[in-house]
Design a protein around this ligand. Structure first.
Ligand code: PLP
Length: 366
């Protein structure tokens, strides 16, 4: 073998480009991972996609490549607790200004390098108008974490975002058996991401790349089926007296900006609800469940339930959690592919357990 062939391929990849023939080493390039990247880029309408070992590795690479120590980010709460913590902790030496989506323009400074949002947001399912944010951000590029939407329901790049990020651990893999992250973007931004990935080593395992690529084949079918279940459960939860509030974009009044249909093709498969009885009631409900799995992930074929204040957003300060709209009685439900009546039967057992301990919110007896 000609040694020069490996060297020129290595040089191309160190500069953030594609390999020239030889992959050289698995941390630099893997053809199975590249196949998944190509498919995801197509689904997002992007020039390219860059896959990572996890959603957090993907976000870290975006921040290191495009903001860097001393840089400034504008972000809107809520974000996934890990993402919020990555920014707030100062671990990467990045300064963050938290603001609301309608005040992004005021928060942007001459040194702002990125505006960061999640829509639908974890765990309040807030929908933010991407095109309006992009307009407000002006010259500052916008990163959208679109994990909850998947490319089946939303393509942020078509609304002007520069990066769309997914925790592939969720719907893209879809079966709760891979950990992955991916960013779809333009060639220039992707080159910087690949450079960070190459030196930090946050690469996607090829087996995960294979499972993700296979998972994409059923993504639209899974999303449509789980979404129908989520809509039915959101409506039934809304009618239950133990439930103080339900967050789900498909409910009446939940989309005041009219983004459903315009930006988001459907309400998605995740909902949150708050029990009037607070943390104790949430704990009782979860303990009574037999079919729904208590687990922090989402986007699986199995329906998963978790308590954001105690788990996914535990790491936030009390103030940040309150600002993010996360309440002590709130549970997040990621609806899977089980029969909706079976899921409702399970939730009903949980809700009955809550009512038994809370006579003041018991159903009135006819
Ligand atoms: N973004 C969102 C919206 C998430 O919900 C999560 C994880 O729950 C992440 C990013 C982080 O992804 P990962 O767990 O794959 O690192």
């Amino acid at each position: 073998m000609d040694l020069g062939a490996g060297t020129s391929s290595l040089d191309a990849m160190v500069a953030g480009g594609e390999p020239r023939g030889s992959s050289v080493y698995s941390r630099l390039h893997n053809p199975t991972v590249a196949r998944f990247e190509e498919a995801l880029a197509t689904l997002e309408g992007a020039e390219v996609a860059v896959a990572f070992a996890s959603g957090m590795a993907a976000l870290t690479a975006c921040l290191l490549a495009h903001v860097g120590p001393g840089g400034h980010v504008v972000a809107c709460r809520p974000l996934y607790g890990g993402s919020d913590h990555l920014l707030t902790s100062g671990l990467l030496g990045i300064e963050v200004t938290w603001t609301t989506p309608d005040e992004v323009h005021a928060a942007v400074r001459p040194d702002t390098a990125m505006v960061l949002i999640e829509t639908p947001a974890n765990p309040t399912l807030d929908l933010w108008d991407i095109a309006s944010l992009v307009e407000q951000a002006g010259r500052v590029p916008v990163l959208v974490d679109s994990t909850f939407a998947t490319p089946v329901l939303q393509q942020p790049l078509s609304h002007g975002a520069r990066w769309v990020l997914h925790s592939g651990t969720k719907f893209l893999g879809g079966h709760g058996d891979v950990l992955a992250g991916v960013v779809a973007t333009d060639r220039e931004a992707a080159a910087a991401l690949r450079q960070v990935r190459l030196v930090t080593g946050g690469v996607l395992h090829p087996l995960a790349g294979y499972l993700l690529h296979r998972g994409l084949q059923t993504l639209p079918v899974r999303v449509r089926a789980a979404q129908a279940g989520a809509q039915a459960l959101a409506e039934r939860l809304t009618a239950d007296p133990a439930v103080a509030r339900v967050w789900f974009p498909g409910l009446d009044g939940a989309d005041p900006q009219g983004l459903l249909g315009r930006q988001l093709a459907g309400p998605g498969c995740v909902l949150s609800f708050e029990l009037s009885g607070g943390y104790e009631a949430a704990n009782r409900l979860v303990q009574a469940l037999r079919l729904i799995t208590p687990a922090v992930s989402l986007g699986s074929t199995d329906t998963l339930i978790q308590h954001p204040a105690a788990l996914t957003h535990r790491v936030l300060s009390d103030e940040a959690r309150a600002e993010a709209g996360i309440r002590p009685g709130m549970l997040r439900l990621s609806v899977g592919l089980e029969a909706v009546d079976d899921l409702w039967a399970d939730l009903s057992v949980g809700l009955a357990a809550v009512r038994r301990r809370a006579p003041s919110i018991a159903r009135p007896v006819a």
